[in-house]
Design a protein. Structure first.
Length: 270
């Protein structure tokens, strides 16, 4: 396999994170469909999840063949990506296990209006709900793991570093998780007239405005004021944040412990 440049890996990991977030959102909505329409979307989610898992494994191999493979960041990135592949594989397994229940609930399309929905308490309803819930939880973690892998590569290739006199900031776990998301340009802040500001993230991660405000006070992140708050201002690292990035991100080595427990998958977070 030819050597893949770190910049290409970062770009592909960001794209993969967004794709995982999209399939997570679609899988969450699959459980809201009527019984006679759930089967085909479920099969589509399985196909997409398997494809993303294969892409993750391909990027794992590409990382192993890259120039950073022998570094601590490269080894940690490979651990993260194998963790994301495991999440995707397990999620696909749960979706596949839900096929028998979805098949049992499948009916031919009706030509007349459907009657009012009855309580979903049958063994097939419960089995399908259980598998969809498990898959949704696994897919919710995968995009954040991919972005953490991108943050590791970004830190490893950073041309800046702490200089004498710089003090490494102390961050809480939520602040560090938000810092890694912002380092991958995955967070925007918006504000509508008469309403409090809210965050828009490209992955379903538990980033809240108070956490970002703390990073701004510590002068690690800033807003791109070239756009309006109504359109959404992108959050980026300051020069101090860029210098601190390697020291803050590279110690992270456990794919399953890189962020706090995921929040409900809303793209708007107060």
């Amino acid at each position: 396999m030819p050597d893949t440049q770190p910049e290409d890996l970062i770009r592909q990991l960001r794209s993969l994170a967004e794709d995982f977030a999209d399939v997570h959102h679609l899988t969450l909505r699959t459980g809201l469909l009527d019984d006679d329409t759930v089967l085909m979307p479920l099969i589509a989610r399985i196909r997409t999840t398997q494809s993303l898992t294969n892409q993750t494994l391909t990027l794992t191999l590409a990382t192993g063949s890259s120039t950073i493979a022998a570094t601590a960041a490269g080894r940690s990135t490979i651990e993260h990506l194998t963790g994301a592949a495991r999440q995707g594989n397990d999620a696909g397994g749960h979706l596949l296990a839900g096929i028998p229940a979805a098949t049992a609930l499948h009916r031919a399309p009706r030509s007349t209006p459907r009657p009012a929905r009855t309580p979903r308490t049958s063994i097939h309803h419960l089995a399908l709900r259980r598998h969809l819930s498990a898959a949704t939880g696994l897919l919710r973690d995968a995009p954040v793991i991919c972005l953490d892998a991108a943050a590791l590569i970004t830190a490893a290739t950073s041309s800046t570093a702490l200089v004498p006199g710089d003090v490494l900031p102390r961050l809480t776990d939520p602040q560090l998780a938000a810092f890694r998301l912002i380092s991958q340009r995955a967070v925007r802040i918006r504000q509508r007239e008469g309403r409090p500001p809210f965050l828009h993230t490209s992955v379903p991660a538990p980033t809240v405005t108070a956490t970002v405000a703390a990073l701004e006070r510590k002068k690690l992140v800033t807003r791109d004021t070239g756009t309006s708050l109504d359109e959404g201002q992108e959050l980026v690292l300051t020069p101090a944040g860029q210098r601190a990035l390697p020291a803050l991100v590279l110690p992270a080595t456990a794919p399953r412990r890189t962020t706090p427990a995921p929040a409900p998958p809303r793209r708007r977070t107060r």
